[in-house]
Design a binder for this molecule. Structure first.
Ligand code: SAM
Length: 301
């Protein structure tokens, strides 16, 4: 611990840091476990905490790196409000225009006592099944409204499971976000068991809250490297498509490992042309099912 108390850094990625992060009393907070692993790789021994909210501690200073290109305005305000709530000195390392920085700070300083809630509740449903209410938070995908691609995936999977007469399939929802796809599938097939994996702490926190509020049990895994879970009947994934499908391929590799022989892998994307060859390399064949302007890609294990 440093003489005046400890230092908390939040919003920093490995490339933003130098070896000062290794000094005693410095803690680095991240929201995504991928960033924890990336920082620990470059700075072995660094104290990195991955959690949905800022960790408690004997902080004398919290330094927050943000900006319009780094995170959403709502997530910035949520974290900044938490920074001021720690009761220590706050430094804003703002990447962007001075005007935007002042606007963000003014929202807190003009009304220091105000405690904003960033929690959102919204409804989603698949045909023939009552709607479910989902909770989300800034930073977790998707926040405030459902993702049409995720909905298309849930609709196709629920329909096919119903048609197949499956009563208690083991479903792995990778990149679950707040749980849209998995919980919708379970609303249609109540006997389904769910494993939910995401690399983002806020996604897992929201999915856990949704599990509790919906009374739908699930197993949760915070991981950026898939899971070793086996014996899965149905894999569902709405993967991110940046990094030239590297993450989408990690999803598919996990599906390959997890699925039982005869199990089914479903992914969704806007345009099948990019993902289809990646999925074909893993599974040999791919059926494309069009829904809501999205392509659901289906393969058998
Ligand atoms: C497009 S969102 C889909 C969320 C949700 N399934 C839906 O359809 O609304 C992709 C999700 O994948 C997660 N993700 C990104 N990289 C990941 C990784 N390496 N392992 C697990 N999840 C990851 C993100 O945090 C995000 O929640």
């Amino acid at each position: 611990m440093s003489a005046g108390g400890d230092i908390l850094l939040t919003g920093y990625k490995a490339a933003d840091l130098d070896k000062a992060v290794l000094a005693p009393g410095v803690t680095c907070h991240v929201l995504d476990i991928y960033h924890k692993h990336a920082i620990e790789k470059v700075f072995p021994g660094a104290n990195v905490v991955c959690s949905a909210d800022l960790p408690e501690g004997n902080w004398s200073l919290v330094r927050f790196r943000t900006g319009p290109k780094l995170c959403s305005a709502e997530l910035s305000l949520d974290i900044l409000q938490q920074c001021y709530g720690l009761g220590c000195r706050v430094e804003l390392d703002f990447v962007g225009r001075e005007r935007d920085r002042n606007e963000l700070l003014a929202k807190i300083r003009d009304n220091p006592g105000r405690k904003r809630s960033f929690r959102a509740e919204w409804k989603a449903s698949v045909p023939g099944v009552p709607a479910i209410t989902l909770v989300s938070y800034p930073g977790c995908f998707c926040h405030r409204r459902m993702d049409e691609g995720g909905l298309a995936l849930a609709e196709v999977v629920s329909r096919e499971l119903k048609e197949s007469g499956a009563e208690s399939p083991a479903v792995l929802d990778m990149g679950c976000g707040c749980g849209l796809v998995g919980f919708l599938v379970k609303s249609a097939i109540p006997g389904a068991s769910l494993v939910m994996v995401d690399s983002h702490s806020r996604a897992i926190a929201a999915a856990k809250e949704n599990s509790r509020l919906l009374g739908m049990d699930a197993e949760f895994v915070l991981s950026d490297d898939g899971t070793d879970r086996k014996g899965i009947d149905v894999f569902v994934g709405n993967p991110p498509y940046y990094s030239e499908y590297r993450i989408a391929d990690l999803f598919l590799e996990t599906a390959q490992r997890a699925l039982k022989p005869g199990g089914v892998c479903y992914t969704v994307c806007k345009n099948a042309a990019g993902l289809e060859p990646v999925q074909r390399r893993r599974f040999g064949s791919v059926e494309v099912i069009h829904r809501r302007g999205y392509a659901v890609l289906k393969s058998m294990a």
